[in-house]
Design a protein around this ligand. Structure first.
Ligand code: ADP
Ligand code: MG
Length: 200
């Protein structure tokens, strides 16, 4: 991938996290321990500190390095989960991926998150965005990026009526119903940022 594009992608994803940290914290205050914004912000800042280095690496190496940074620097469930996602993407993607490579790699990465989280779709987590986005991505056709972004946003909204079965929110049982899952929201924000850069 073009290093300038890769740099923009990293920056835009990190920036959207930083700019929405308070919102993510508020969502986690409602059904978790209120640290999701802080955790995600810490991860984003750690990535931005390495921006030059990450932008210069081949795409697979950059993804693996970014994932390792998240695993090491971010506390909470989300650091290791997003870190695992990026590391799996880095292992799976070739240096110059085409559509089919991306679909396959995202599928493998979603499975890696399920495995480390011992979780699955339908449990009110980030997976309830990542899964549908993978599904949408696999459908080719016009306006793919726009459809992927919309599907991510809709999928995050769809976590509101769900009851949490994994993560801290599951401690609330029925009381987790009626709030958007923080990790679903952060996933949809980052996916929208990626789509925005790729559309340009
Ligand atoms: P913590 O839950 O440790 O406080 P965060 O608040 O940073 O960590 O992240 C919470 C988010 O992580 C949840 O909203 C959910 O989307 C996601 N999550 C938590 N546990 C799991 C799991 N086992 N599998 C998938 N996602 C999970
Ligand atoms: Mg939390």
């Amino acid at each position: 991938m073009d290093p300038t594009l890769q740099r923009r992608l990293i920056e835009e994803v990190a920036n959207v996290v930083v700019n929405h940290a308070d919102e993510l914290t508020m969502l986690d205050q409602a059904i978790g321990d209120g640290d999701h914004g802080l955790n995600m912000r810490r991860g984003a800042m750690a990535i931005l500190e390495r921006l030059d280095d990450l932008a210069a690496k081949p795409l697979p190496d950059a993804l693996k390095a970014a994932g390792q940074t998240l695993v090491m620097k971010v506390g909470g469930a989300s650091g290791p989960l997003y870190g695992t996602l990026l590391i799996a993407l880095g292992k799976e993607l070739p240096v110059a991926p085409i559509h089919g490579d991306v679909v396959r790699a995202v599928g493998t990465a979603v499975e890696a998150v399920k495995k480390i989280g011992r979780s699955d779709l339908g449990q009110k987590t980030m997976l309830d965005v990542l899964g549908p986005v993978h599904e949408e991505l696999a459908l080719r056709g016009p306006e793919l990026l726009d459809r992927v972004r919309k599907r991510g946003a809709q999928a995050a909204d769809a976590t509101v009526p769900m009851k949490a079965i994994k993560g801290r929110a599951s401690f609330l049982g029925e009381r987790s119903i009626g709030h958007m899952d923080p990790g679903a929201r952060s996933a949809s924000l980052m996916i929208a940022a990626i789509c925005g850069v790729m559309e340009e």
